[in-house]
Design a protein. Structure first.
Length: 201
């Protein structure tokens, strides 16, 4: 057998071993996670299991190019129908920091510089969760000033453009529920003075 043939044969053998190793690793990963999954499912009601499966299927769909083109068009109200009461005045000092793109959650502060990073690297998901809750709108409102209101609308506009498609963290059901409450609570303040193109979004 020539050296070329030997080299080709060795290469094919190495590729075969790598393929087997990858498949074996997948099997091991499946069994490692199967036990905890079954233990968790055992304590769930049928409706909870169905809801979780429904969410997983929807998450797959939202991640495809089919979304939102197959969605039905629905009429959107010009103004929020319901605005929850603003029960928390917010922290003006914290709002002034946020105005500089400096965010603090869970005792961890990140200075984002000139532009906000909606999914900064090197931080845990729960920190990103807090960023996408938008509860810090109360701090910006407490800081006051027309420039702060304009800055807030620019942030929301940027979020819509950068995070408008599905992401498992940004669009986690719990995060969405908190964000909706925050947006609705501060809708009148944010929308007041905004251009029509922005308010329609």
């Amino acid at each position: 057998m020539s050296d070329t043939a030997k080299h080709t044969s060795a290469s094919h053998a190495a590729q075969g071993r790598n393929l087997v190793q990858r498949k074996a690793a997948r099997v091991v990963w499946t069994f490692q996670h199967l036990g905890p999954l079954l233990r968790m499912v055992r304590h769930l009601s049928p409706n909870q299991v169905i809801s979780r499966l429904d969410y997983q299927l929807r998450a797959l769909y939202y991640s495809t190019p089919l979304y939102p083109f197959v969605e039905q068009d629905e009429e959107i109200a010009e103004h929020p129908v319901l605005s929850p009461p603003d029960l928390w005045r917010g922290d003006a000092a914290e709002g002034r920091q946020i105005r500089k793109n400096i965010f603090t959650f869970q005792n961890r502060t990140i200075n984002m510089g000139k532009s906000i990073q909606w999914h900064p690297t090197g931080v845990p998901d729960y920190w990103v969760f807090n960023l996408h809750y938008f509860e810090w709108l109360a701090d910006l409102k407490a800081a006051g000033g027309t420039d702060v209101a304009l800055y807030t609308r620019e942030l929301l506009q940027d979020w819509i453009e950068q995070c408008g498609t599905f992401h498992p963290v940004h669009w986690h059901p719990y995060v969405v529920s908190k964000r909706l409450v925050s947006w609705l609570t501060h809708a009148s303040w944010v929308l007041d003075g905004g251009e029509t193109a922005f308010t329609e979004k």
